[in-house]
Write a protein that binds this ligand. Sequence first.
Ligand SMILES: Cc1cc2nc3c(=O)[nH]c(=O)nc-3n(C[C@H](O)[C@H](O)[C@H](O)COP(=O)(O)OP(=O)(O)OC[C@H]3O[C@@H](n4cnc5c(N)ncnc54)[C@H](O)[C@@H]3O)c2cc1C
Length: 531
Amino acid sequence: MTVAHRFDVVVIGGGHNGLVTAGLLAKRGFKVCVLEKRDVVGGAAITETPFGPDFKVTALSYVVSLLPPTIVKELELERHGYRVFPQHGYFAPAADGSSLQLHAEAKRRHTEVSRFSKADADALESWDAWLGSLAGVLGPLLTTVPPKLGSKAPGDLMEAASLAWRLRGLSVQQVGDVTRLMTSSVADVLEDWFEHPRVRGVMAVSGVIGTWAGPRSPGTAYVMAHHKLGDIGQGAPAGAWGFPEGGMGAVTQAMRKACEALGVVVKTNAPVNRVIVRDGRAVGVALENGDEFDGDTVVVTTHPQLAFLSLVERKELPGDFVQSLERWKSRSGTVKVNVAVDRLPEFTAKKGFDPEVHGGTIVLAESLDHLEGAFQDAVAGRAAQTPMADICIPSVFDTTLAPEGKHVISMFTQWVPSTWAKAPDRAQLDAYADRVIARVDAVAPGFTSSILHRQVLGPHEMERDYGLIGGNIFHGELSVAQLFHMRPAPGFADFRTPVRGLYQASSATHGGGGVTGIPALQVVKAIVDDR
Ligand SMILES: Cc1cc2nc3c(=O)[nH]c(=O)nc-3n(C[C@H](O)[C@H](O)[C@H](O)COP(=O)(O)OP(=O)(O)OC[C@H]3O[C@@H](n4cnc5c(N)ncnc54)[C@H](O)[C@@H]3O)c2cc1C
């Protein structure tokens, strides 16, 4: 028998975007429910206990930066347990026993980088200022609703004109810089500024993280900039990152609590099977078990290919929209390796415990050539011989994660072949994880023997278990062809969809890609405006 439930708004997907959408709408007086397929909310922002209750692992995402303070305030997330430890900078050790440390504090960073190149140390200050000025341009664009470029409707033309008007303050130089940033490879940009391979290597990581592209691929300069736009609040500079207490799952659990405090009904184990459309208008959803949830408004926050190629009937959607989504690129070579250890790694380059090293981000990226080689291995169909890794040990400052003396380590690594999303190779994935661990052992001898447990999540696991099609961490590549008015399809980057009453707010919409909540902020505005 079909059971019907009635809400003003039904949200599909309980990732952070679904939860923020629901909470903000409830705050504006709407009766809202969130339907999540899995038995836990959070999507890609979750904390798990794969090694038993003693260890909490931030299974996929691990640092926050891009979540706007307005969301934290409006949903009173701090009252619900949201707390962030600022990140301390980067430590890049190499197998020859040397290390390069990028301190958060400028003076110390200058001294350290000077050991490799005085010119690079001097360049860092103007590099920061340059990136800061570009963040001043790109930051506001991230929260701008993209206009419907090409549409001749008077309202759309007005929107495009108003965007052009807002950008009138840019100088010719700034327009040139932004153009370069959007179209260049991160390698090209870094080679213009820095000379030392080690400096270039560590700085290139933010341009390739989560990306099916090596540092020499055009478009990766933008990915680097995307990661520099955030602000964790607390007076930290733009681009600063922080580790949430309790892992990323604590962020989405705080969001769930905020939602429930505002009266949102959050249902887990509630996989939506289809969006119910009548006379071209969304009127609710049906779960796989047949239960129906009626609502004048439906917001979908899953990967867009799940949303529009499976939950909505083809006949309700224009052919060009469907074609854009069929061509949406969601490739990935990312593998998350999470381990529990019985002691902290001790680095050859820096003996003993250093809160800035162990409590910061440890980067295995020796040079642009090393990163490009790791990517090219995966393009050629084999997992990287010398993987890149972005590592953190949150239990150093967050005692809620592991028993005293023991630790959990999160390793974001790249690349394995993107084809592994559909055709996994578990033996090769495990061999790749062994190589990641051996790389850490080479800079911190004894690391391998300190491992108590490990969890290895490749593109296949990310697609199958978390709904991240292709394993892509952003619900779709952040390539130039998939940004701004193209995200996720031309003509539909304003958080609306071809079906009246059906809205979208996944990371595949503009402002998404990471735990930003910006799609949620925008869809709430669109819904309120349309009503
Ligand atoms: C390995 C990895 C590391 C990352 N690191 C970071 C990081 O450090 N910092 C950062 O900011 N970002 C990071 N990201 C990216 C970030 O986590 C994601 O972009 C973001 O969490 C996506 O949020 P979302 O709400 O848009 O989608 P999701 O979190 O994917 O949520 C969508 C939800 O929809 C549910 N769903 C799917 N189908 C259905 C259905 N039929 N019915 C009901 N529910 C359904 C899914 O189960 C899921 O819970 C990382 C991602 C990965 C994978």
